[in-house]
Write a new protein. Structure first.
Length: 453
């Protein structure tokens, strides 16, 4: 990523202020579209629009797709529908769909009506019908397609014609007369089998493909599993619809990771550092209020334990350990499950097996933690055996509970089609704090009564 110094940004600002179009074009010509998009983040809207209007249509389209969604929305808001349509003419259909999805329905219809290429407009309309979180919503229609019954000379001729309007060629797909996907045609075969009678004799059959309604998470796993750079998308009967490229998948994976990280951090919606104070507050406050509520509930629980705390003040010393240990164990367990669900190493169908495994792990952790604290307390406070026993037993039960909760919650959320990353954040921490405190209060009350305190 290009770094912009204060001096360079001032230089650009002076060029814009002086309306020096020639120098502005020279500076823009030196920059990659991604670097221009980065430059825009340092400029105000008026300055960004000035530079954008100096770009040729093709580079302007590339810059649009490199912009942050908020910056892109601001730039598009002041742009006439005809101008946006010109930019779309230079975009692949999947990128065009991403751009149009950010607009309201009225703006979409107006922009589509100004697209000169009727076929491209039709493809965009078809792609807009798919859920954006599925393979169909991510695919593009730009690809080279040949018929399995074509001869090599005919195939090469058609490939040249189709390649004229494409920026990148990843694979050549082979279909039958019903447009069902049959295989891929390696370009190496053009050199090694120049006189083959039909393409179907040299194609590689049964390529890895996905159906249009396949969730994006599953698509990403297939890309990783088979080391693909592009993957064909088919309908329910195997007809070729389009293709997905690895850069599109990586963008989706990055966005999903950011959402999961924010969810696990206690943010209720997707926000960025440059979002407004109100937007960031709205994203943060819900879980903070839940935390306050749990703290008030904890104070009520401790209120019922007031007599015991007054009689044996040492019990209060271990309240942070009980809550902290339960929270840590729960977050660890849930993080492992969520990671397994995300990378495909854990199947929600193996609910019982994972629960059993976590039960054993929890038992080992609980035994070690309880034993260490028991020995420590036995040495440092031998006169308060009731407290020593209370803390050790409470830690054992709390660790077991937290281990199981951290496993059950994300697996259950996954079954309910709710983002399991929710289970790695404040939800688990707060649940374990409250339940851990209840466990501690009851076990300590029992032990104190057992020893006549």
């Amino acid at each position: 990523m290009k770094e912009y110094t204060d001096e360079y940004l001032q230089h650009i600002a002076d060029i814009i202020a002086g309306d020096d179009r020639e120098n502005a074009r020279e500076e823009l010509a030196k920059l990659h579209p991604a670097d221009i998009a980065e430059l825009y983040s340092h400029l105000d809207l008026r300055q960004s629009e000035y530079l954008f209007n100096l770009l040729d249509e093709e580079k302007a389209a590339d810059v649009l797709m490199e912009l942050d969604e908020d910056d892109r929305r601001k730039l598009l808001s002041d742009m006439p529908a005809e101008e946006i349509a010109k930019q779309i003419d230079h975009l692949d259909t999947d990128d065009a769909v991403d751009l149009i999805q950010q607009l309201d329905e009225h703006e979409r219809d107006e922009i589509l009506s100004h697209i000169d290429d009727v076929e491209q407009a039709g493809d965009i309309i078809d792609l807009l019908k798919y859920d954006e979180d599925t393979a169909g919503g991510l695919m593009g229609t730009e690809m080279i397609v040949v018929n399995e019954n074509w001869s090599m000379p005919e195939c090469i001729k058609q490939m040249r014609l189709q390649a004229e309007d494409m920026d990148e060629i990843y694979y050549v797909y082979v279909v039958d007369n019903d447009y069902k996907l049959r295989g891929t045609f390696p370009l190496k075969k053009m050199l090694t089998h120049p006189s083959v009678s039909k393409i179907k004799h040299v194609m590689e059959p049964d390529p890895v493909c996905v159906k249009a309604d396949t969730p994006i998470d599953d698509v990403a796993l297939d890309f990783e599993k088979y080391d693909l750079v592009a993957m064909p998308v088919v309908d329910s009967i195997g007809r070729l619809l389009g293709r997905i490229t690895v850069d599109d998948v990586m963008d989706q994976v990055r966005e999903a990771s950011e959402r999961d990280y924010q969810l696990a951090s206690g943010l209720s919606s997707d926000v960025d550092a440059d979002d407004t104070v109100i937007a960031q507050t709205k994203a943060r406050i819900p879980w903070l209020l839940v935390g306050i509520a749990s703290g008030l509930l904890a104070s009520v629980i401790l209120g019922t334990f007031e007599n015991q705390l007054q009689a044996v003040t040492a019990l209060a010393l271990f309240i942070p350990i009980i809550g902290g240990t339960g929270g840590n164990v729960g977050v660890q367990a849930s993080a492992i499950v969520v990671q397994g669900l995300a990378n495909g190493s854990l199947d929600v169908k193996r609910f019982a097996a994972q629960l059993g495994k976590e039960l054993v792990i929890g038992l080992l952790n609980a035994t070690i933690i309880a034993a260490v604290v028991f020995v420590y307390n036995l040495i440092t406070m031998p006169e308060d055996f009731a407290v020593t026993l209370s803390v050790a037993l409470s830690l054992f039960v709390v660790v077991m509970f937290a281990s199981l909760l951290g496993t059950v919650v994300p697996l259950t959320l996954e079954k309910l089609h709710i983002n399991p990353a929710l289970a790695t954040g404040p939800f688990i921490q707060i649940s374990n704090d409250i339940v851990g405190l209840v466990i501690y209060v009851n076990i300590a009350t029992f032990c104190l009564g057992l020893f006549g305190k």
